[in-house]
Design a protein around this ligand. Structure first.
Ligand SMILES: NC(=O)C1=CN([C@@H]2O[C@H](COP(=O)(O)OP(=O)(O)OC[C@H]3O[C@@H](n4cnc5c(N)ncnc54)[C@H](OP(=O)(O)O)[C@@H]3O)[C@@H](O)[C@H]2O)C=CC1
Ligand SMILES: C[C@H]1O[C@H](OP(=O)(O)OP(=O)(O)OC[C@H]2O[C@@H](n3cnc4c(=O)[nH]c(N)nc43)[C@H](O)[C@@H]2O)[C@@H](O)[C@@H](O)C1=O
Length: 331
């Protein structure tokens, strides 16, 4: 884990953790509550009976503006923070807007983590991403592969910001004995995903492209790259379940991987999405588009050892997501 794993550091990071589930009236700020992850976390918290959620849209509170974030925390004084607001996108967006991906993410996480600490927040959960690991990390990727090799160039700007977020949580834990933890989710999907044709991740991009091709009666759909990269997918409702589990059950220095443990090639994923959508034409591979990381299956055994495992299969998750897409997105 990039140099901060020795016993002395771990011992100095003891914070005296608090129970999250014991007080359903606790004031919880879910930053980024209208996105894929934030909306799933809000659904989960409400289902569990948490009613005192503090929510702000991007328009109401721009988390990249330091003074606005400081004023918000000083007046609202939340007890818990789940930080899932970020500049997020797929391989094309990451490559095209490197300045936005590094700057906005550094700004949001620095403002929120520091203000949360200064205003007496009891516990904060920060989310990174599996792209923090080296491009050629051992597979499945253990947490301690962090900072052991060069990053994948298509998303190194985003990865550097996310690594800084992990390190900031660790630094505040060590220096201030403050309960800031980090989870590293694998590639996610589900309701409220971003279905933009170019800037989204592969799964929603393909769902939309196959759906529109089916409606038009098209014979072919273009898929990016060679189809050979392997990816691990987790339904966002499983991730939300893991996040509340971590809020209650984990208070350690090290970040924890959150994955499904199952990987598919992009070709296999494309065939599965095609089947779920009901498109009957052919796939055409555009090999001028980047493949990105060849493989990034995470080792989530530490989280499993704490007692959390995912429940939703990729097939069931795709069916659920396509149903949501038909009811909420398609024209
Ligand atoms: N999606 C994925 O596959 C993965 C996601 N993650 C992580 O999970 C977290 C959530 O991602 P996801 O839900 O997919 O992202 P989304 O893009 O779906 O949601 C991000 C949310 O953050 C808000 N936001 C962005 N910028 C600002 C800002 N300056 N001020 C206030 N709010 C802002 C967005 O609001 P608005 O839309 O109005 O701008 C949106 O509600 C991120 O930390 C991401 O890195 C990790 C691994 C994989
Ligand atoms: C979550 C994760 O997400 C990103 O990394 P990524 O896993 O490479 O993400 P992706 O979903 O965009 O692509 C996965 C694979 O799929 C192929 N692919 C085929 N056809 C389409 C397509 O139509 N769109 C997209 N986006 N990809 C396509 C594509 O060429 C690649 O081989 C980073 O933002 C990173 O920062 C991060 O954290």
């Amino acid at each position: 884990m990039g140099g901060a794993t020795n016993e002395a550091v771990a011992a100095s990071a003891e914070t005296g953790s608090v129970s999250f589930f014991s007080d359903k009236s606790a004031k919880i700020f879910v930053a980024g509550h209208r996105g894929l992850v934030g909306s799933a976390i809000v659904r989960k918290l409400r289902h569990l009976g948490f009613m005192n959620l503090v929510l702000r849209t991007h328009a109401e509170l721009d988390l990249s503006r330091q003074s606005d974030v400081e004023a918000f925390f000083a007046s609202e004084k939340p007890q818990f923070v789940i930080l899932v607001a970020a500049k997020v996108g797929g391989i094309h967006a990451n490559s095209t807007y490197p300045a936005d991906f590094i700057a906005i993410n550094l700004q949001i996480q620095t403002n929120v983590i520091d203000s949360a600490y200064r205003n007496g927040v009891k516990k904060l959960l920060f989310l990174g991403s599996s792209c923090i690991y080296p491009k050629f990390a051992p597979q499945p990727i253990p947490e301690d592969a962090l900072l052991t090799g060069p990053l994948e160039p298509t998303n190194e700007w985003y990865a550097i910001a996310k690594i800084s977020g992990i390190k900031m949580c660790q630094a505040y834990r060590i220096q201030h004995k403050w309960d800031a933890i980090s989870g590293m989710p694998t590639n996610l999907y589900g309701p409220n995903d971003n279905f933009h044709p170019e800037n989204s991740h592969v799964l929603p991009a393909l769902m939309r492209r196959f759906h529109e091709a089916k409606v038009r009666g098209a014979k072919e759909v273009v898929v990016w790259g060679t189809g050979s990269p392997l990816r691990e997918f987790l339904h966002v409702d499983d991730l939300a379940d893991a996040c509340v589990f971590l809020m209650d059950s984990y208070s350690g220095l090290g970040h924890l991987n959150v994955g499904s443990g199952k990987e598919v090639t992009i070709k296999e994923l494309a065939e599965l999405v095609k089947e779920v959508v009901g498109f009957e034409g052919d796939l055409v591979w555009d090999t001028t588009k980047p493949d990105g990381t060849p493989r990034k299956l995470m080792d989530s055994s530490k989280l499993a050892g704490l007692g959390w495992t995912p429940k939703i299969s990729l097939k069931d998750g795709l069916v659920d997501t396509y149903k949501w897409y038909l009811e909420n997105v398609q024209q």
